[in-house]
Design a binder for this molecule. Structure first.
Ligand SMILES: [Zn+2]
Length: 283
């Protein structure tokens, strides 16, 4: 077969978008940012629209996976997408756990959320010290990542990236099941394969059945509260993601249907909290 222009373009697109470990898939991040943007205050919405590049057309969701795409160009940023906790302890402590593989402190997803929150608080200063467009895109992405339970997983299996399973008939690693497979299977089975329909369903739940809880999700005594989200994350990882799964487990309807509500909850919490954090930053 001769390669024509289409094949080359298709190949380039494929390489560009090959999902790598350590992140919700494209849909997970899109969902969280699309849930957040309509909840922004006027001040926060104005700041976000100022900071987004013009070609994003004021759609934060369109750039919520940007941080994954620059992982190789900004090599220093790749440890900022997750954190690891001691195996089987099922607890998280910032001072113990927020470090990269070389032991450098603060280089984890919780530290990154603190850092980019601080940078964004300088919005409106007369002499800008930071690239606040990048800060906004990193913060929006990492607020998503910290809500993926296996981004706050165990150390020895790298957040379940080394646990091979079968998602129905397909081979997968457990981390990827939580990044993408549960969301994609839900979209195919319940939402006509339309991510927008899943977003609408979650948005509706946030304003109805979850409306009281949503107020509690927003509560934070500082500008951002990543330690709360990471503690919830490792608990969900132990109670749901790792639970009952072994190397070569076949995960099918039992696992999918019982874990789907956890994924929905974490996506909703991520969206509500991203909006609340941006509202506090720019408020
Ligand atoms: Zn990520």
């Amino acid at each position: 077969m001769e390669l024509n222009k289409f094949h080359i373009v298709a190949f380039a697109v494929l390489i560009f978008y090959i999902p790598v470990g350590h992140s919700w898939g494209i849909d997970g991040h899109l969902i969280i940012c699309r849930l957040a943007q309509p909840r922004l205050s006027k001040a926060a919405a104005d700041a976000v629209s100022q900071l987004l590049p013009a070609d994003a057309e004021n759609d934060l969701g369109s750039l919520c996976s940007w941080a994954d795409r620059v992982k190789f160009r900004f090599h220093w940023s790749s440890p900022l997408h997750y954190l690891n906790t001691p195996d089987n302890l099922c607890t998280y402590q910032y001072n113990r756990d927020c470090k990269d593989e070389d032991g450098r402190k603060d280089r984890c997803v919780a530290g990154a959320i603190n850092n980019y929150t601080t940078q964004l608080l300088s919005y409106g200063d007369s002499s800008p010290r930071y690239n606040l467009t990048e800060a906004l895109l990193f913060l929006s992405h990492f607020m998503g990542d910290i809500h993926q339970p296996l981004h706050v997983g165990f150390t020895s299996d790298k957040g379940a990236n080394t646990i091979d399973v079968h998602w129905y008939k397909r081979k997968a690693v457990l981390h990827h099941v939580w990044d993408s497979s549960i969301i994609e299977t839900a979209e195919e089975r319940f939402y006509d394969a339309q991510v927008n329909e899943l977003i609408d369903a979650l948005q509706k739940n946030i304003t109805t059945v979850w409306s009281d809880q949503a107020k509690a999700w927003e509560t934070c005594d500082k500008t951002s509260c990543p330690d709360v989200y990471a503690s919830e994350g490792i608990k969900a990882a132990c109670d749901w993601a790792y639970k009952g799964v072994h190397e070569d487990s076949v995960l099918g309807d039992d696992y999918f249907l019982s874990r789907r509500p956890v994924v929905n909850l974490r996506l909703a919490q991520g969206g509500v909290r991203l909006a609340a954090t941006l509202n506090r930053i720019f408020g």
